[in-house]
Design a binder for this molecule. Sequence first.
Ligand code: ISL
Length: 531
Amino acid sequence: MTWWRDAAIYQVYLRSFADGDGDGVGDLAGLESRLPYLRDLGVDALWLSPWYASPMADGGYDVADYRAIDPSFGTLQDAERLIGEAHRHGLKVIIDIVPNHTSDRHAWFRAALRAGAGSPERERFHFRNWPNNWQSRFGGPAWSQVDDGQWYLHLFDASQPDLNWDHPEVRAEFVSILRFWLERGVDGFRIDVAARLVKQEGLPDKPDEHVGLPSFADGKPAADKDRPEVHEIYRDWRRVLDSYGGDRCFVGEIWLDDPDRFARYLRPDELHTAFNFAFLKCAWDAGALRAVIDRTLATHATVSAPPTWVLSNHDVTRHATRYGREDTEFVNRLHHLPSDLELGTRRARAAALLSMALPGGVYVYQGDELGLPEVFDLPEEARQDPVFRRTGGLDLGRDGCRVPLPWGGEAPPFEFGGDGAWLPQPAEWRELTAARQLGDPDSMLSLYRLALRVRRDEEALGDGGMRWLESEEGVLAFERDPGFACVVNLTGHGVELPEGTPLVASAELDVSAAGRAELPPDAAVWLRTAN
Ligand code: ISL
């Protein structure tokens, strides 16, 4: 079986992972030094958020040069060594490709500014003499004006001009970029905003009801999303990827609620997999979670691609915080979310076992394995996310889930590297350092390490089927063949477990005098069952 069908993939947000040169910003040297940690964690692959040369206006999703590494991260040689070293540690490497937009410092955009209205240089982007009514995903208008009076389109920050994917040079350039990195041995690409590249011809205004604040909830095809021509791009790309042999893959970042439209990207001649973001929008509620799982499996029954499961990433409020609330609806970040962290952590432990027991691939965002919460009280001057700026602080932005990892020690920067991290870490994180958790068999890290090891060894936990077991309301119980069950208790009371031997439990099981084990509330267990 190909590795990506059931891989556990760890997302490295490089600038917050580990700092090797002491400047407070994570880098390739830091990552390299922590490869043994990742190997011992038991993941199969790393997905690295963009590492390219970038002014970092959007954490590197604003690329100035797709063939160079940002100096704050290291050099091209460091990247090549990292790929080799990761492989030596048994870890595949997926890199992020950002094709919807460049940075405004990219050579093409600078040339477009210089060359002026009507020039061929401007045709690689969307320049017009007047804007339309589209809004940026980060808030405010999706158009900015340049000195000569023309406007250019940016679906994200003004520093991220959208490329014109109708232009043959744009298409050819990205094929060449893919080749550049494939030749350096990467095992795959995560495609940023994969459904958006192509825009409707003429860039027509949107109907009024589609204009407004950016919303993660909108999953509909539109003039700037899910155009049919985008599929041609991925067919081209797939031919290129496959020509390099090996077992490489594409994972699409596709925010589309309509399962049929989502599934159209998952074809033997397009993308291998895509993130399933449904858990991000789902409450900690048995019925809601079960509906998400059923819907996901139904979608994937129609395509050859395996499902994937995502609890957190660098764009959303961390799930230990989300689950510490009763209303864990997808996460507006508009306000500081009061959250019961003890409850959230218990549920995050259970959610880890749930997501790792489901069929297909699973993502772990760095820090999930430490149970890190969202950080709300960052000083305003430390915040870097353009979402915070563009919404005038109405939306706190995504810095709170990007705070550098605590590796060890008793005080910030917790051995992240250097004297201080680029975003300040809370003092309470002394309880959550990797070093401390390694020594504690009951820690989140120990749970992740055990569960990932069992998941890897357990044949039943691949990309096969699953079957719901009968259970009381509020309990999710399912079986994976052969003889492996997962039970999650979302009721408010202990529930008796089916017969079997517990393999991994997110909380201590109560064993009654009669010998039957009971699962406490907000906990999950993996069981070896009889057959
Ligand atoms: O537009 C959306 C929903 O309809 C958003 O979810 C959007 O797809 C998402 O925010 C895209 O995120 C990715 O691209 C951004 C970058 O800031 C994020 O960090 C990245 O994950 C722009 O490159």
